[in-house]
Write a protein that binds this ligand. Structure first.
Ligand code: UD1
Ligand code: UDP
Length: 377
């Protein structure tokens, strides 16, 4: 190879740090072939700092874009302008983005304007519903249009890309890098440190781990979710652990509707080691998160998904995830069923892992090297 490949990896939010950390580490193992740099957009601040520390990532650039209660216009405009300056100065050979955030889409758009190629990790997820999840469904479709290398986590995602006439030679079936990260953390010995969590009896109680933060739920649907959680806390032997997302649109209703109940433990966003341990220890998960849908099955934990549609259909088809919508009475009904029926619980606690085998990052970096080698030979 004549010249090293200059690869810039772009991170903005909590799940991007989790999912790109193993890729950044893998890139750094190929110093003879790759110059790797990391750009933090700063779309999230507190929620990424502890993850950067955990995964020992030191960004080369921090665009520092976050503002309280930011709009999509704030995130997009700041990211576009500030990232363009880095690109003009550094002229990388490739940028890598992950998933469906506005940081990821805008970074790929900025690269396109400068005719710099984009590699898209976790490509091909689709609900085909424009507003669900919002704006993620359209962000990832737009990234697919702009991207030059597409790293599909599953066969279904690969098929979606093929149907959209993406060049098959530029699609790589890799698995999802979240499983690489999960294995790297789950392999380490770790005990709960938080005083509230230490007091919970995970053997005698049925512990439900909750997360919720989707933009399309804000307002009425999010209140429904909170009302459901309040009703669930009245069921026998239930403990609810809910690390609350820092978005003010989440904090406000959660605090108004759920604060002050003995068996609802409202916590700050948890570090990854604690969250992964809770995934192992809980009875089941109630969530609207994307990443958590991929992680729960890795620990045989049923996950009830508070959404109407999901781009992670693999878990639903395998029977380990169930779409239950955002209507409070439906959520309570589905939770009751899983709490009370051993049969329903057993059916959803199967050992399947449709999202990866822990080697996705290796495949991605190999594909990058092969691609550039071939194009330069
Ligand atoms: C973003 C992504 C979403 C992803 C989620 C992961 C977009 C449009 N949304 O949604 O796809 O699933 O991250 O969590 O890209 N805040 C803080 N500190 C933080 C992080 C957030 O205070 O460290 C607060 C701020 O008030 C901020 C608000 O949360 O303005 C919203 O953050 P934003 O990134 O716009 O939206 P999320 O809902 O976090
Ligand atoms: N997570 C975490 N601490 C928490 C909540 C979530 O470490 O308190 C992790 C979780 O394991 C998953 C990721 O954050 O890997 C999911 O992030 P989020 O729900 O914010 O975003 P999404 O996946 O929905 O885009």
């Amino acid at each position: 190879m004549k010249k090293k490949i200059k690869v810039f990896t772009i991170l903005g939010t909590r799940p991007e740090v989790i999912k790109l950390a193993p890729v950044i580490h893998e890139l750094s193992k190929h110093k003879k072939k790759i110059t790797s740099r990391v750009v933090l957009t700063g779309q999230h601040r507190k929620m990424v700092d502890q993850f950067l520390k955990l995964f020992r990532i030191k960004p080369d650039y921090d665009l520092d874009i976050m503002a309280r209660n930011q709009t999509l216009f704030d995130v997009s405009s700041r990211c576009l302008i500030r990232f363009s300056k880095v690109l003009v100065k550094e002229k990388p050979d490739l940028i890598l983005v992950e998933g469906d955030t506005t940081s990821a889409f805008i970074a790929s758009l900025a690269a396109f304007y400068l005719k710099i190629p984009t590699g898209h990790i976790e490509a091909g997820l689709r609900t085909f519903d424009k507003y669900r999840p919002f704006p993620e469904e359209i962000n990832r479709q737009l990234i697919s249009v702009v991207a030059d290398l597409h790293f599909a986590p599953t066969k279904r995602a690969e098929n979606n890309l093929l149907r959209e006439h993406i060049n098959p030679k530029k699609i790589y079936l890799t698995g999802n890098t979240v499983i690489d990260s999960l294995y790297s953390i789950a392999g380490k010995k770790y005990a709960l440190k938080d005083d509230v969590l230490k007091k919970i009896d995970f053997d005698k109680k049925k512990v439900i781990l909750v997360t919720a933060h989707r933009r399309e739920s804000f307002g009425g649907p999010f209140k429904e979710i909170c009302k459901a959680i309040r009703a669930i806390s009245e069921l026998k032997d239930v403990e609810i652990i809910y690390p609350v997302h820092l978005n003010p649109n989440v904090q406000k209703p959660v605090n108004n509707i759920l604060r002050g109940r003995k068996n609802i433990h409202l916590l700050k966003p948890l570090d990854y080691e604690t969250f992964v341990l809770l995934l192992r220890k809980c009875y089941f998960v109630l969530s609207d998160s994307g990443g958590v849908q991929e992680e729960a099955p890795a620990f045989n934990k049923p996950i009830l998904v508070m959404r109407e549609v999901t781009e992670r259909q693999e878990g639903v088809e395998a029977g380990v995830a169930r779409l239950i919508g955002m209507d409070s009475s439906r959520i309570v009904k589905e939770v009751r069923k899983l709490l009370n029926s051993r049969d329903a619980y057993a059916k959803m606690s199967k050992s399947v892992n449709p999202y990866g085998d822990g080697k996705a990052s290796k495949r991605i970096v190999k594909a990058i090297i092969d691609n550039f080698q071939n194009s330069r030979d």
